[in-house]
Design a protein around this ligand. Structure first.
Ligand code: NAP
Length: 279
């Protein structure tokens, strides 16, 4: 089903490239164009059928009914001013950024009223980056969080919901601040812990890395720029999550200090049962 005539994707990395492939495979647009800073990225995106045409300049976005911003978070915010001249009446702008409150507020401040910005965050991806890792079916059976605001047109929200559902995702709608609070615990804190764990590990112990270490720290291989920006654009919620985690760590530490095997067992069991319930 063609939902849009022309879709523009800015930032053809892991997520942008995968969105493009999924749009084209599901025939959701008559034409998909991509904008990147590098010609080789565009060539690769065309080769893997993520886009029909590629451009180095944002002016190519003229005439797009849907624009999807798929760059790192701070670049998404900067793009609001740069894409302004190329937005047409009634177009929808959305994004895939991992934090939402700052992005949604910036969009409200900067984008013209003739367009509708609906924040999005597909909970799909990995520690890998770049167009070389774009994958078909990345969004199949995943969850996509949308963070609309009062000003959004209901019809547009319906259309964006349908868009993600057609890419295979289940959609949940959250307020931007609630989104940031939840993902600070479910995604940002785990990344911070994985980075800290690797920092705590002496380099000459790397060769002794257990499968447990590998499982726990896979995400520490994620892109540094992407993650520095995520932590800083969700600073308040991340810091609150860190406090919650420190409290748990302190409780475990205390039980170990006290040699309290019974309580330690009970606490580990409680954690295990919770982990076993993860969908
Ligand atoms: P990525 O693979 O590094 O792709 C980002 C792309 O954006 C790059 O290919 C780069 O393309 C372009 N870009 C980078 N900096 C830019 C800038 N300053 N101005 C314009 N373009 C720029 O990253 P990703 O994993 O796809 O992440 C993209 C967005 O999705 C981020 O906001 C991230 O928070 C969000 N997200 C990521 C995941 C995940 O698991 N990775 C999951 C959900 C959401 P060129 O260098 O070719 O121009």
């Amino acid at each position: 089903m063609k939902l849009f005539n022309r879709i523009g994707i800015v930032g053809l990395g892991l997520i942008g490239g995968s969105v493009g492939i999924a749009i084209k495979q599901n025939g959701l647009a008559r034409e998909v164009i991509g904008v990147s800073r590098k010609r080789p990225t565009l060539n690769k995106a065309i080769k893997i059928k993520a886009i029909d045409k590629g451009f180095l300049g944002l002016e190519a976005l003229s005439g797009c009914e849907l624009i999807i911003l798929c760059t790192p978070v701070k670049a998404i915010i900067k793009l609001f001013s740069s894409i302004r001249p190329y937005l047409c009446n009634g177009s929808i702008v959305t994004d895939v950024g991992s934090t939402k409150f700052e992005i949604v507020n910036a969009a409200k401040r900067i984008l013209p009223k003739k367009t509708d910005f609906i924040g999005g965050h597909p909970l799909a991806g990995s520690e890998k980056r770049g167009i070389d890792n774009a994958a078909k079916n990345l969004f199949k059976n995943s969850l996509c969080l949308l963070t609309p605001i009062r000003e959004n047109k209901r019809g547009n929200l319906k259309k964006i919901k349908l868009f993600w559902q057609m890419l295979g995702a289940k959609v949940k709608v959250l307020k931007p601040a609630k989104h940031d609070e939840i993902v600070s615990l479910t995604s940002h804190l785990p990344h911070l812990i994985a980075f800290s764990l690797m920092e705590a590990l002496p380099s000459d112990y790397l060769s002794y890395g257990s499968s447990g270490l590998k499982d726990t720290t896979r995400i520490a291989s994620s892109d540094p720029l992407l993650w520095a920006e995520i932590f800083l654009t969700n600073r308040k919620a991340v810091l609150k999550s860190v406090s919650q985690f420190q409290e748990q760590l302190a409780q475990f530490t205390e039980l170990i200090k006290r040699r309290d095997e019974k309580q330690l067992f009970a606490k580990i069991k409680k954690a295990k049962l919770k982990r076993d319930k993860l969908p």
